[in-house]
Ligand binder design. Structure first.
Ligand SMILES: Cc1cc2nc3c(=O)[nH]c(=O)nc-3n(C[C@H](O)[C@H](O)[C@H](O)COP(=O)(O)OP(=O)(O)OC[C@H]3O[C@@H](n4cnc5c(N)ncnc54)[C@H](O)[C@@H]3O)c2cc1C
Length: 395
């Protein structure tokens, strides 16, 4: 019998498995991952930003864990030889509405204990000559990293500490008994004292396998990117973000110089028709039915139809997409936007039609399910792992 079985070899599952082993070096821990390798889903398809925690509601898990995660991710990378770069980030306001929104953002950041510098238009131009705006906020501590490499380093550490990471092991059934949990996979059955599920885009389905009655549905939101050509590599030195629309749970199309020096543009946020198929236009009927038969999604749609149509149009037209970035980086041309793989976000939509704003954890006596872990969960993975471990060791 295992002490803990973890479902999901993304950064949250791996961080949790590692934390259990740090606290109890004698524990037997198994991570079951359905793909061929770890970090193939959200963890391997994101913007690679180590967020400082500017945006999140003060007191929320996101605010608290992102701030701790920023520091701990950098420490983890230092310890395990994973390259990262603290390049800083500018949030740029281009009109009066955005200047006003930026003021609220700065207040929120201050309440979250995040240090920001205010830049006027001249200071912005001096810092980033290719970027124009009325004002900007500079977050000096924001960094970039390849979270796939962070997750692999976590998987190696789990193994080194005596845990096991088992790929090609899709969990098909879960049965909780008073003293143990039985987990059936493609490759065999496991018995454990406690089960942790960090299944990302499948979180609702895995929760249902575990006998929970989830009050949410996972809805896939595609994040589509472009990449700038090599010769545009130095156009900006920092991450450049627009001021987010407070009505939306996403941050807006930004410029991200990656750890490899190449700059990505994106991501947008388009309602997806498949949870785990990445090419544009992919459809999975089961995934579409999963949200079209959910009343919460219809409530969500009623309030967001305008935004949804706009995002879809921006997705289909490269010229429109470019317009989003040219607002603050006017020298970019349509020919600069080169294809780049999309990511798919797992966003929990609740029965009342709201999107789950915060990280969401549900549990039974012997199971802990991480049900909503969108951005900045990669940054926050180490403290989320600690929080989940507190729950598990309490089982
Ligand atoms: C476009 C995009 C941009 C983002 N940008 C950032 C960013 O810049 N900074 C940041 O901090 N965060 C960012 N995020 C968010 C971040 O990537 C996620 O919050 C984080 O990766 C979630 O990790 P996870 O382990 O929960 O999920 P995943 O990485 O999705 O892992 C879940 C794993 O569970 C496995 N699984 C599912 N079902 C089963 C089953 N039945 N049996 C076995 N295994 C199963 C899957 O195969 C998968 O490997 C972004 C996300 C996206 C999509």
């Amino acid at each position: 019998m295992e002490d803990v079985v973890v479902i999901g070899g993304g950064i949250i599952g791996l961080s949790t498995a590692r934390e259990v082993l740090v606290r109890d070096p004698d524990a037997s821990v198994v991570v079951l991952e359905k793909a061929d390798d770890v970090a193939t889903a959200q963890t391997g398809h994101n913007s690679g930003v180590i967020h400082a925690g500017i945006y999140y509601a003060p007191g929320s898990l996101k605010a608290r864990l992102c701030r701790a995660g920023e520091r701990e991710t950098k420490e983890f990378c230092d310890e395990h030889g994973v390259p990262y770069d603290v390049i800083g980030k500018l949030v740029v306001a281009t009109d009066d509405v955005e200047v006003e929104r930026m003021r609220h953002l700065a207040e929120r950041a201050a309440r979250n204990g995040i240090e920001l510098r205010h830049l006027d238009a001249d200071e912005l131009r001096e810092a980033e000559p290719a970027v124009t705006g009325k004002r900007a906020l500079l977050s000096p501590g924001t960094g970039v990293v390849d979270f796939r490499r962070v997750a692999r380093a976590m998987a190696d550490d789990v193994t080194r500490r005596g845990g096991r990471v088992v790929p090609r092991s899709q969990v098909r059934a879960i049965r909780e008994e008073p003293n143990r949990v039985m987990v059936a996979t493609d490759t065999g059955e496991y018995r454990a004292r406690a089960l942790v599920a960090c299944a990302g885009l499948q979180a609702d389905r895995v929760a249902r396998l575990g006998g929970l009655d989830p009050d949410f549905r996972i809805v896939p939101f595609r994040g589509e990117y472009y990449q700038l050509p090599h010769q545009r590599g130095g156009i900006v030195n920092r991450l450049i973000y627009p001021v987010p629309d407070p009505a939306l749970p996403f941050l807006g199309v930004h410029l991200s110089p990656g750890i490899d020096g190449r700059i990505t543009v994106g991501p947008n946020a388009v309602l997806g028709m498949a949870r785990e198929k990445y090419p544009q236009g992919s459809v999975d009927l089961r995934d579409v039915l999963s949200y079209t038969t959910f009343t919460g999604m219809w409530r969500f749609a009623r309030h967001n139809v305008g935004t949804g149509v706009r995002e879809m149009r921006d997705s289909l037209s490269r010229r429109r997409y470019l317009g989003l970035v040219r607002k603050y980086c006017p020298s970019l041309q349509e020919s600069d936007l080169r294809p780049y793989p999309a990511g798919i976000r797992a966003q929990a939509v609740m029965r009342d039609g709201s999107t789950a704003e915060d990280f969401l954890i549900r549990r039974t006596q012997r199971q802990v399910h991480v049900c909503n872990a969108p951005s900045p969960a990669a940054t926050s993975a180490i403290p989320i792992g600690r929080l989940v471990t507190d729950e598990v060791l309490g089982t």
